[in-house]
Every structure is written in structure tokens, then in C-alpha cells.
Ligand binder design. Structure first.
Ligand code: ATP
Ligand code: MG
Length: 393
């Protein structure tokens, strides 16, 4: 059957007062943006406490649901029968016709749940429940009422118009994009960082991303993989500006000057420093990484502390306490996993020592970094000025 409208449910907790309008307006804008990639014309509008999507043309149901399931802030999507108030008889008749079309097999239990937002409506909620229930049972003798565990609810909302729906398709939850500032995601080609970006975006944070590329040690394919990942994340997170930083010179220089077992940690400190500079230039309020405690040598608590020491912006690590499998589960659900496991070289692994330090001491690392004093600042500036920016829509 073809639904003319969808009722969009969103979590209202924490969005009272003035912020609520902001929240709703952003959500309306994000829904409209998501539907632009869907065949058909839609109108998205809001009224007190409700957001609606009206289809103005033919459309593909699955495609619309899929688009809406990528919009953070949506808690539920209700395919809707919306009718004018032409009296209670008409409401019953239209509801019965709706259920007839929606449920081919009538051996089901239901419960009517009416809400009367328009208090002038002459029939009270309890009475709507009882009388509409009667009408449904009369029309479909195979149906039964079950007030505790029905197969479906017949939700009736009496407003200016009357909304009737039986299904609430889950949305992704979270907060609408644009309600919580912007952050710089350190995006590698791995499994973890795309998940980290998704998780932060889910809280309404818009993203820039930075990828450290080390040609010729890392290939164009490796870079393309990161672009592909950014594109998948952007389906949720909106447009992403991806900054590709050429890191080869810096890596070679560290390799030349510093103890090899400290390479990874020093390299990571330079990644963070550069990411922070890019963040500041692009109005980002935090850095985001896919680090997880203990996953590799550079992610022991000691390493994380030594890495963190170079940053003054907050570093958000959404998967810090996740097991690998938990991260994999999210990446499969959001669709990044297949791309992440493609086997292209990573700039971190190419220069990696056989036995990297797992418990670096800050003062030792700082002393090693002094050996870079002569040229490192110029190399960092060079990396920043030559960074390529790719706009991902
Ligand atoms: P991922 O699966 O996200 O690649 P990982 O398990 O490979 O993570 P590391 O290589 O130690 O872990 O990287 C930790 C984090 O540092 C990554 O999650 C990412 O945020 C950032 N990072 C690592 N390498 C790069 C890179 N080449 N470009 C941008 N960010 C990177
Ligand atoms: Mg990696």
C-alpha cells in the first residue's frame, strides 16, 4: 500500500524550551536533505511536537525508509494514514479500510490507543478506544483484542487532522546533525575510525576528517579506500571535508632521527599535532579517533597518555572501551566493514618496529623528539600547506 505521509518521532529528552525549536528545525532540514537523494518530491513540515513527511509524488517505500534511517535524531518512523475530521463514523470506516489493506491475514491481536491532543474533539480517548475497537472487531471477526501484548497497536492521534498508524519503524536515534558543533575525525582505512566518526556524528556533531597519506609507501588505492569510507560515513554524518595530508617526509625524518621502537608513538604525536592545527583552521572543537584501550602497542594507557599530551583540544575516543568485536558489529551495521577490511597498506604499519615500546615515558619521548628540532617545524608547515581537501557529499 502507498502511504501518503510519515509521522517522525524524536526523543524529546533534554530539548525543552528554546533549544527544542533549534533541534526541530535542524531535524527538518536534515530530513529534507536525506530525501533529496530519493526519487520523488516530499514536503517536510513541523507543528507542535510533531514532524511530518508528506509525499507529493510516487515514491519507493524502502528507499524512503532507508533514507530516513540515516537521519540522526529520528527515533521512529510511522507510515501514516492522515484524515480530515469528518466525524467519528468516517474515522472508523477509514481505519477499517486502512487495516484491511495493511494486514492481509486478519488472524491478529490489536489494541487501540487514542490520544486527543485537540481537547475540543467530542469523544474522549477511552471512548474512542472502545468504539473503534468494536468497529474493527465487527469488520474483521478473526481479529482479537489483546491489551497486554497485541500484535499491533492502532494509534489514533486527534489533532487538527487525525493521524492513524500501526507501525513504528526504528530510526537511528541520536541528535540532529548541526546541534553540537564540529569535530575533526582522524580517519584511517581501518575498522575503528569510521565507527568513531559515526558515533560522534550521532550526537549531532558535524565532521571534518583528516587522512595521513604516505606516498609512495601507501598507494592511491589506500587513499581511495579512505575516500570511500568517508562517503559511507557521510550518508549519516552529512558532507565531510576530507583533508589528505602528505605525511611521508615527516615519517622518513622521524625514522632517520629517532629510535625505531619509538617511531609509532612519535608519529602518532605528530598526527595529533597536525590534526589539531587543521581542526583549529576549520572551526572544529575537538579531535576524534578510533583508539581503543590495549588494542595495539600505541593504544596502551601509557601510549594514549603520551599521545594525548600534545593536544589542547578535547580528544574524543568513542570506542575507547569497546572490544574489537563490538566495533566490528557497529561497522557491519552502518556499512563500513566491507570497505574497511580491504587489504591496503596503512602508513602506520609500514615503518612499524618489530617491538614498539608499549609503556613509553613522556620524558624519554620528548627527549627523542628534540632530535627533530632542526627541520620538523618546516616539515609540519609544508604538510599543512600542501594538504589536499576533498569535499565528500
Ligand atoms: P583504525 O581501525 O581506525 O585504523 P587501528 O586499530 O588501525 O585503527 P591505529 O593505527 O593505532 O589503530 O590508529 C589509531 C587511530 O589513529 C585510528 O583509529 C585513527 O583515528 C587514527 N589514525 C591512524 N592512522 C591514521 C591515518 N593514516 N590517517 C588518519 N588517522 C589515522
Ligand atoms: Mg589503522
Amino acid at each position: 500500500m502507498r502511504f501518503q505521509s510519515f509521522l517522525i518521532k524524536y526523543a524529546e529528552i533534554g530539548v525543552k524550551g528554546k533549544n527544542r525549536y533549534l533541534f526541530e528545525d535542524k531535524l527538518v532540514a536534515q530530513i529534507a536533505r536525506a530525501l533529496r537523494s530519493v526519487d520523488g518530491t516530499f514536503e517536510v513540515w513541523k507543528t507542535t511536537g510533531r514532524i511530518y513527511v508528506d509525499a507529493k509524488t510516487e515514491y519507493d517505500f524502502e528507499e524512503v525508509i532507508d533514507a530516513l534511517q540515516h537521519v540522526f535524531g529520528i527515533a521512529g518512523i510511522c507510515p501514516l494514514l492522515q484524515i480530515e475530521d469528518n466525524g467519528f463514523e468516517d474515522l472508523c470506516r477509514q481505519t477499517v479500510a486502512f487495516l484491511d489493506e495493511r494486514y492481509e491475514d486478519k488472524h491478529l491481536t490489536f489494541k487501540v490507543v487514542a490520544r486527543r491532543a485537540r481537547k475540543s474533539y467530542p469523544i474522549h480517548s477511552e471512548e474512542i478506544n472502545a468504539r473503534l475497537g468494536e468497529a474493527i472487531l465487527t469488520a474483521f471477526p478473526e481479529m482479537r483484542v489483546n491489551v497486554h501484548h497485541p500484535d499491533f497497536f492502532v494509534n489514533v492521534e486527534v489533532r487538527e487532522k487525525i493521524n492513524i498508524y500501526t507501525e513504528v519503524i526504528p530510526g537511528p536515534g541520536g541528535m540532529p546533525l548541526g546541534t553540537n558543533g564540529r569535530a575533526m575525525l582522524l580517519l584511517s582505512g581501518g575498522i575503528d575510525s569510521p565507527v568513531a566518526g559515526y558515533m560522534v556524528a550521532k550526537r549531532g556533531v558535524e565532521l571534518d576528517a583528516v587522512y595521513f597519506h604516505a606516498p609512495p609507501y601507501t598507494s592511491e588505492r589506500a587513499k581511495q579506500k579512505v575516500v570511500d569510507l568517508a562517503r559511507i560515513v557521510s550518508r549519516y554524518a552529512g558532507p565531510i571535508r576530507l583533508h589528505v595530508v602528505n605525511f611521508t617526509d615527516i615519517q622518513m625524518y622521524i625514522y632517520e632521527k629517532c629510535p625505531h621502537d619509538e617511531l609509532t608513538i612519535i608519529m602518532r604525536r605528530y598526527m595529533m599535532r597536525i590534526a589539531e592545527r587543521l581542526a583549529q583552521e576549520n572551526h572544529c572543537l575537538a579531535l576524534v579517533t578510533g583508539e581503543s584501550i590495549g588494542q595495539v602497542a600505541s593504544q596502551t594507557m601509557q601510549s594514549l597518555a603520551v599521545t594525548n599530551e600534545v593536544c589542547s583540544l578535547p580528544v574524543i575516543r568513542p570506542v575507547i572501551a569497546f572490544d574489537k568485536q563490538e566495533i566490528v558489529d557497529v561497522s557491519e551495521r552502518i556499512g563500513t566493514y566491507e570497505t574497511s577490511i580491504q587489504p591496503y597498506e596503512d602508513c602506520c604499519t609500514i615503518f612499524v618496529a618489530k617491538h614498539p615500546v608499549t609503556k613509553p615515558l613522556l620524558k624519554v619521548i620528548v627527549r627523542s623528539e628534540k632530535k627533530l628540532a632542526e627541520e620538523i617545524d618546516a616539515k609540519v608547515e609544508e604538510a599543512l600547506t600542501t594538504a589536499e581537501t576533498i569535499e565528500i557529499e
